[in-house]
Design a protein around this ligand. Sequence first.
Ligand code: AKB
Length: 322
Amino acid sequence: MERILVIGANGQIGSELVETLSAQHGAENVIAADIGPRSSFGVKRYEPIDVLDANVVSHIIDTYHVTQVYQLAALLSVTGEQAPLKAWDLNMNGLLNILEIARKRGMGGKPLRVFWPSSIAAFGPNTPRDNTPQMTVMDPTTIYGISKLAGERLCEYYFLKFGVDVRSIRYPGIISYKSPPGGGTTDYAIAIFHSALKGETYRCYLGPESGLPMIYMPDAIRATIELMEAPAEKVKVRSSYNVGGISFTPRELAQKIAEQVPGFKIAYEPDARQAIADSWPQSLDDSQATADWGWQAKIGIKELVQDMLANIKLPQPLSKAA
Ligand code: AKB
C-alpha cells in the first residue's frame, strides 16, 4: 500500500493530482500539504507545511509512513523573475530537502520514491527549438529555468550516487480549468479562454507566432502517475523526461476558440514575457518517454478547446439584496 505526500497541493498541478491519487489509492492514503491553509477540495488529510523546513517535512513523512513524495512547490518563470533569490531558495532547497530525506531513509531501509517537476524552461536560446531532443544544449536564461536545470542534475546525482528513486518530467505549459496557474509564461493559453467566455477581446502578452509546447491537464496528470508507477528498471532517464502534448501559437489557439465562440477577438501586445517564450522550445521530442515507459499524449487542440469552454466557471457577479 502506498502512502503519498503531495507538497504544493494547492497549486495548479497539485490540486488535481491529489484528486486523482485519492481516487486511486483512497483519500486516507494521500496527504496534501502546502504552505498556507488548505484550498484544495476533497482532501481528507492536509498539513500546512513549508518545504524549506526539512525537520517538519521529515516528521510528516515519518508520522504518515509516506512511501512517495511529489515535491511540486516552486516559483514559476514570471514570478521567479520578480524575486530571483526567493525562487532559487524555494526551487533548489525544497528539492534538496526531499532528496536528503529520501537518501537518509534509503540508508535505513525505508525507500522513498520522489517526483519532482522540471520544465521546458530548462532549455534556452541555443537549444534546437523544433522537436527539441531529450539530450541537447541547455542554456536557460530565467532563474526558474536555471533552477530546473540544476534540479535535474541533482536528481540524477542522487540516483547515481545514493540510489534515490527520483523521477521527473519536463512539463510543457499545462492548460487546465479547475485551478488557476501561478505566474508562468504559458498562462496566456488559459487566460484566453476566460476572456472568450466573458465576451472580451483577449490582449495577448505574446506575439501571434509564439509557438510553445502545451499539454492538457488530464494528460499531464496521467503522464506523472504513469512515470511514478513504471517499474524502476524502465526509468532510464533520472534527470527529467521530455513529455509533449500539443504545440500551437496564440494565433492558432485564438482561431480554434473563434470556431466555437463566434466573434472572439485577440489583440497582440507583447511584453517582457515574449523574450522568455522566445528562449523556449516550440515542440518536444518525447520519444524516449514513449520508449521507456509507454508515454502517449491523447488530447489534441480541438478536444482541449471544447473541454475548456464547456468547463470553465466564470465568477458570478454578486447579486443585489432585494
Ligand atoms: C511557466 O510558464 O513558467 C511554466 C512552465 C512552462 O514551466 N508553465
